[in-house]
Design a protein around this ligand. Sequence first.
Ligand SMILES: *Cc1c(COP(=O)(O)O)cnc(C)c1O
Length: 231
Amino acid sequence: MIKENLALCQQRLKIAAAQAGRLGEEITVVAVIKAVPISLVYEAIDAGIGHLGENRVQEALLRYESLNAYAHKSGQRLSWHMVGHLQTNKVKEAVKIFDLIHSVDSIDVAVEIDKQAARLHKIQNVLIQVNTSYEAAKFGFTLETVEEAVKEISVFKNTHMKGLMTIAPLVDNLEEARIFFRRLKELKDKINQSGNSPLTILSMGMTDDFEVAVEEGANMVRIGRGLFAGL
Ligand SMILES: *Cc1c(COP(=O)(O)O)cnc(C)c1O
């Protein structure tokens, strides 16, 4: 049952948050629903999940209306998160539906987001994705290029940078993931020392590593398998 899985995740979150002197409630859980049957997503909404994450725009569009309508029946409003790599030609549709785009990984995509948001008279909330591990297969700005990117994007009129996102590498020992989360937190602190509109969101941590991420300062975690696997 999703309800039990969610309770388990929240318990784990609470313990990790306490380690860092914080409260579990300060951490937003984004349920990543990629490839999850819609009946299970309904169940997640019933369990109180209000933040849904998708990694493909097309998949999100397919279920956007029905899931919103379902949540609406119980007086909930869903918040939609784009967590996967966004191709420039998908930005137009993405800006229509996503409340937060976690995966701004190039200036080009940011420019397109700003353009499409302006067309819709929308301010698009985004996070800047950082490749904290320098893995060739990962998207995101490097630690060396991110500050310049933040500076450039900060003048965009229809784009609001809310924070940073990273995906840690797969590791054998969870402790090995800690450094990547720590890097993102330090980067945010550094940017906030100079910027005038502070970044507040740190989106880091998934099913296998969210406790370490929370200990290192995550206030948004993206959980898929921890909620849906095996159901
Ligand atoms: C799939 C995915 C997640 C969730 O991963 P789990 O290991 O299933 O919790 C989180 N973030 C991104 C970017 C993803 O693509």
